[in-house]
Write a protein of this length. Structure first.
Length: 563
């Protein structure tokens, strides 16, 4: 690398580690040229000390341009001191508006445990950022911050958090991957062990509930959760260090199975990192303390469980693990947001971090990480707007809730659907409202299932199902059956290019035992009959969809097109 930089090469790609040099020796000057541009990706801690100093000694006249999502601010403002003022800023709000990231929602899930020191020292955070604590740092941590350590690692507190993770993780809307961030390596392994116990207990409980459940919808939801929990694999991901087996053994923990899993390569040649990034891999939940919190992208991560004191750039880097965009859907549900579940009350530090890193110069903007309760507000607003839209079409959805038996009122839903099908624009706009409501409903899980359910959601979803069955967005056989019930006929398309003395079966209408040629239909009479139908718009939509489907099938058959 030093040889390359001493030559007249146009481009050199390298790592900062390549600037190591013998201790006690002065790093050599590689070039005095002032037209060298050094572009630094991820201008984090390695860019401000020994290795970075060597780089600048070797290229004293070079121009430096750095990229970072989390500059080191504080009193020293190291990033600005080393690289100069900002050339361009692109903040969280802009990235969400552009669709480059998804919004994050914050939720405190358990009662706050007393933390005596609200203003932990910077040194405490710096020690925690180093995953591989040496004996001296570990001793300092335990002595000087014994109160905080004791509160965080208290066994009954960890038990409560483990139970909550087991209750929360399988019951979300978008079942993306999750990361549990613990204080240190030992606590990460402890949390894994506790979650494993409660995970197995929950599976047993669900098996019992499924066997006893009588209501179909409730049973289906339980079975879905049970199936998910049976397939999920969880793991601990922590860095390796010398003598770790003995250290963990002193804590009553066994690191060996975890280390084996971390180092293993599966039958497909994939390591644990590849598996976690793979949206289809069963490795769904990992327990970490520092690894994978920076510079690690697994787009399907949607849940982040924080139980570690964090602040500033480290906190921002961590929560960004859950805001990645993905096109991958799970059970037909898309990732619309990430969720930060807070067990330590890091939000007091998050507000400052967001102000420093997420908003840019405009501090008046709405914070990009909102309390999850705001989702319920958005859901209620969407329900009100959707209901008002239907009311403008003389559709009173509230009538479907009268008496409580929503799904037994088939005729009223037929009336609703008939009104929406008067114009294509009506049912298309209704679908926009229903999509919004359903997406927000999924994002509100599991809290919305804990006594906060809105019955009007079921009305919108059921009416959407009725519409879809009519306009062909469900199985065509079901549509055909519906047409048969409504019109007492089965209709197929004619193909004028096929000159037949007798219409072939697929180009006939069969009605009440008679064979009719489409060219001889009395459309005036048919129009009069439709005027007398109770739900004529439903029948017209069903008929139109069926004709279009049959025409497409006949056209493809005639011209040899197959799909």
């Amino acid at each position: 690398m030093r040889d390359f930089l001493g030559r007249n090469k146009r481009l050199v790609f390298t790592l900062i580690q390549k600037f190591r040099f013998d201790k006690g020796k002065e790093y050599p000057r590689l070039s005095d040229r002032d037209d060298i541009i050094v572009i630094v990706d991820e201008a984090h801690r390695t860019q401000y000390a020994s290795l970075a100093e060597n780089m600048r000694k070797g290229l004293p006249n070079a121009q430096y341009l750095a990229f970072t999502g989390t500059p080191l601010l504080g009193k020293e403002r190291k990033t600005n001191a080393w690289f100069g003022d900002y050339v361009s800023e692109y903040n969280f709000i802009q990235s969400i508006d552009d669709g480059a990231t998804v919004p994050l929602f914050y939720r405190k899930r358990v009662p706050e445990v007393l933390i005596q020191n609200e203003n932990l020292s910077d040194e405490f955070y710096q020690i925690l950022e180093d995953e591989n604590l040496d004996d001296k740092a570990q001793e300092k941590l335990e002595k000087e911050f014994s109160t905080e350590m004791e509160v965080i690692k208290r066994d009954d507190r960890l038990e409560t958090i483990a139970k909550d993770i087991v209750a929360h993780f399988p019951c979300r809307g978008y079942l993306g991957k999750g990361m549990v961030v613990s204080l240190d390596k030992y606590t990460a392994v402890k949390m894994y062990d506790k979650v494993q116990i409660y995970w197995k207990d929950e599976i047993k409980r669900l098996v019992g509930l499924v066997s006893k459940a009588s209501e179909a919808g409730y049973k289906q939801r339980l079975q879905k959760t049970l199936d998910f929990m049976r397939t999920v694999e969880i793991a601990v991901v922590i860095s390796e260090e010398a003598g770790e087996e003995e250290r963990f053994a002193k804590q009553g923990l066994d690191i060996k199975p975890h280390r084996k899993k971390i180092n293993d390569i599966d039958a497909n040649g994939h390591d644990i990192e590849y598996r976690f990034k793979d949206p289809n891999d069963k490795l769904q939940l990992v327990f970490v303390c520092a690894m994978w919190l920076t510079g690690f992208d697994a787009p399907t991560v949607s849940a982040l469980y924080l139980d570690k004191p964090m602040k500033d750039h480290s906190l921002m880097q961590t929560i960004a693990r859950a805001n990645r965009v993905t096109s991958h859907t799970i059970n037909g549900i898309s990732k619309t947001n990430g969720e930060v579940v807070d067990y330590y009350n890091v939000f007091r530090n998050m507000k400052k971090a967001l102000s420093d890193y997420a908003l840019g110069d405009n501090k008046e903007q709405e914070t990009p990480v909102q309390d999850k309760s705001n989702l319920f507000t958005l859901l209620d607003d969407a329900l009100l707007q959707g209901t008002a839209f239907c009311h403008s079409l003389e559709i009173d959805l509230q009538k479907a809730l009268e008496g409580g038996a929503i799904f037994s009122k088939v005729s009223i839903f037929k009336f609703f659907a008939d009104k929406l099908l008067e114009k294509d624009a009506h049912w298309k706009e209704f679908k926009v409202y229903e999509n919004t409501i359903s997406s927000l409903y999924e994002a509100c899980k599991p809290e919305i299932l804990e006594g906060h359910f809105r019955p009007m959601i079921a009305v919108f979803q059921y009416l959407r199902g009725v519409l879809d069955s009519i306009i062909g967005e469900t199985d065509i056989d079901a549509v055909k059956q519906k047409i048969g019930d409504l019109l007492d006929q089965s209709i197929v398309t004619s193909n004028s290019a096929m000159f037949q003395s007798e219409p072939r079966p697929e180009f006939r209408i069969v009605q009440k035992g008679k064979v009719l040629d489409l060219s001889k239909i009395d459309f005036d009479k048919l129009k009069e009959e439709f005027k007398e139908k109770e739900f004529k718009h439903i029948e017209i939509a069903s008929l139109r969809e069926f004709i279009e489907h049959r025409f497409s099938r006949s056209y493809n058959r005639h011209f040899g097109i197959r799909f």
